[in-house]
Design a protein. Structure first.
Length: 350
């Protein structure tokens, strides 16, 4: 009888311990308050892969909030929408987030989406490039008098091109900027309509040019070409930014957001999910009736996955390099400490 009583007590104690452990695990799981948050994305590109996958695979709901993806094809437009409260998180160039803060916007960086620079310069094949075989910045002289496509006027694309012109001893007035939107409309403007001679743009313009042999990428900042400072900025280029008041008043949402985006990164980095990832992106990335569209899309998605952050950590030294670069190139007009634009609770490394 005593033996049975002992076994019962032991089982009861074990059950109580299991419940306690389960309760602790549940308490540690980030959980928002059922909010719906607007998150910036870009058309016709892999864009905000964290948010797209978090929404499609239910990671937002897992942490008790809803993701609403909104198309805004430049950092400038995203920041305007953020300040205007029509979205809650931007997918932004860190340089223009710094510029917004200097201008008085109460926004902060809350994580890194893509550590490295995502821009490249592509030129139509019939555009003369006498300095094609010369190293940067000499090649920039070939753009004098040319029409350069950018996502939007005042965007990071334009700011970086201005900086590269400066390296070559040129001025922004030496080129004509044309707003051409996303990579697909950029390709049309560059190759078909010939409204521009070159473009500074994110992927897949490089891949489309390479596949069709109608244009070529002459400076690829995604692999460190261009200004020397580009390599030093790896770790904080494309970031998630949010309103400071929202961040500070919604700690549960911020924990949940970070957890959902990190789960999404783990999912799209798992090779067994690749075919489903391509399927999710097929209606998002349309090449129309372009020959080889499926092959371009598949190869591009595979090549770009490593460009996305797995842990959202912001490299503070890289962010400071971006702020210093922005001051030097008049993107911002005041010295900015990286900590001023970075949320103190954001995942980060020195």
């Amino acid at each position: 009888m005593k033996s049975q009583s002992f076994r019962f007590s032991l089982c009861t104690a074990s059950a109580i311990a299991l419940v306690a452990i389960s309760g602790q695990a549940a308490a540690q799981t980030p959980r928002a308050n059922g909010e719906t948050v607007g998150i910036q994305n870009y058309a016709s590109t892999t864009g905000n892969m964290h948010a797209i996958i978090a929404k499609e695979k239910g990671f937002c709901e897992k942490y008790n909030f809803k993701c609403e993806i909104k198309i805004l094809n430049s950092t400038s437009l995203g920041l305007q929408a953020l300040v205007g409260k029509s979205i809650d998180f931007t997918h932004s160039g860190a340089d223009l987030v710094g510029a917004a803060v200097v201008a008085g916007a109460e926004v902060v960086i809350v994580g890194t989406a893509m550590p490295a620079n995502v821009l490249s310069i592509s030129v139509r094949k019939d555009v003369p490039m006498p300095s094609r075989d010369k190293s940067y910045p000499e090649i920039m002289n070939d753009f004098r008098g040319k029409r350069i496509g950018v996502a939007a006027r005042g965007s990071s694309n334009e700011k970086y091109f201005n900086a590269m012109l400066k390296d070559a001893g040129l001025n922004p007035e030496d080129v004509t900027y044309v707003a051409v939107g996303a990579p697909n409309t950029t390709y049309t403007a560059l190759v078909i309509g010939k409204q521009i001679d070159a473009a500074i743009m994110y992927q897949p313009l490089t891949q489309v040019c390479q596949f069709n042999k109608t244009c070529e990428t002459v400076i690829d900042m995604t692999i460190g070409e261009g200004p020397k400072s580009v390599k030093a900025t790896i770790g904080a280029n494309i970031v998630f930014a949010a309103r400071k008041e929202m961040v500070e008043s919604n700690p549960k949402l911020m924990e949940a957001f970070s957890a959902a985006m990190t789960d999404a990164a783990a999912w799209f980095n798992d090779p067994k999910n690749f075919d489903e990832l391509v399927k999710i992106y097929t209606p998002i990335i349309s090449f129309g009736d372009m020959t080889g569209a499926d092959e371009i899309r598949r190869n591009w998605i595979k090549s770009v996955i490593p460009a996305y952050s797995k842990d959202l950590k912001v490299k503070v030294s890289a962010l400071q390099e971006i702020m210093d670069f922005s001051l030097e190139n008049k993107i911002i007009d005041a010295k900015v400490d990286a900590k001023r634009v970075l949320w103190d609770k954001a995942p980060q490394t020195p």
